[in-house]
Design a protein around this ligand. Structure first.
Ligand SMILES: C[S@@+](CC[C@H](N)C(=O)[O-])C[C@H]1O[C@@H](n2cnc3c(N)ncnc32)[C@H](O)[C@@H]1O
Length: 265
């Protein structure tokens, strides 16, 4: 197990998963080719699981919203987007992207039971010391018939290898951002959601290989990123259009997986 790791840009050394890393990486959030690039790809895939709002006052609560990367992908779906996060510097950016922000812990959210039509927990649970409490909170916030959407990393050796040992050496993931001891066993997550009335279905996902290789190549060549998340981008030297990589389903949930499920009642 690693004791400490250096994040990719700043000068100080912080322990794995230390939330202060997000302050050090504050300028990376909205750079489509920055240290959080893959979060943009995942946000698009997560938003695709969210249907258009069924009422005018529909509320989506985005737990661990970070800088609000989900916001552009929800545009036009009709939700009031409330984001909850520990990190003030990220929330300031989320607010600038139209998210109503609340600074706080995802395990104790100051919102009423059953207030949310949708709760999103994108790349959050693997950062919370007690992910079960965050799941309980997500389910508490959902109204009966409401939808939980999430993505996270599985508690497997393969996930440690791919997401930490390999992923954190690539420009898609900041170094030291994960503590693999917090990774979330997919079966345990399904069972925990069921205990709280949400029938969660999970499926493995990964970045499409061709698109990711093209993206990495462009990064290595120093090409420009897309102007907006998901937009096609021109590869400087050749003028070739390179879209941001897509997140695609994969048979195994052993590394990265998405979940979605409706609350009963
Ligand atoms: C990997 S980022 C994901 C951000 C966002 N969901 C996205 O996909 O772009 C994890 C975020 O969770 C936040 N976070 C970590 N632990 C948290 C907690 N216990 N409560 C609320 N937010 C938390 C961090 O501050 C960070 O913004």
């Amino acid at each position: 197990m690693r004791a400490a790791a250096r994040v990719s840009t700043p000068s100080r050394v912080l322990p794995p998963n230390d939330p202060r890393q997000y302050d050090d990486l504050v300028d990376e959030w909205w750079r489509p080719d920055g240290a959080f690039a893959m979060l943009h790809w995942l946000a698009r895939a997560r938003a695709a699981l969210v249907p258009p709002a069924s009422s005018q006052d529909a509320l989506l609560v985005d737990l661990g919203c970070g800088a609000g990367l989900l916001a552009p992908h929800l545009a036009g779906k009709g939700y009031r987007h409330v984001g909850v996060d520990l990190t003030r510097s990220a929330l300031d950016q989320a607010a600038a992207h139209g998210v109503t922000v609340l600074q706080g812990d995802a395990v104790a959210v100051p919102l009423a039971d059953g207030c949310a039509d949708v709760v999103s927990a994108g790349e959050l649970l693997e950062h919370v010391p007690d992910w079960r409490r965050a799941v309980a909170e997500a389910c508490r916030l959902l109204r009966p018939g409401g939808l939980l959407v999430l993505d996270t990393l599985n508690d497997t050796l393969l996930a440690r290898l791919v997401a930490v040992e390999i992923g954190e050496r690539l420009p898609t993931v900041p170094r030291g951002i994960h503590d693999p001891r917090l990774f979330v066993d997919a079966r345990a997550l399904v069972a925990e959601c069921a205990r709280h009335g949400v029938a969660l279905r999970v499926r493995g996902v990964r970045p499409a290989i061709g698109g990711t290789l093209a993206w990495l190549l462009r990064r290595l060549r120093g090409g420009e990123g897309p102007a907006a998340p998901g937009a096609p981008t021109a590869d400087g030297p050749t003028g070739t259009v390179v879209p941001a990589p897509r997140i695609v389903p994969t048979r195994s949930t052993a590394v990265l997986y998405q979940g979605h499920g409706v609350r009963s009642g």
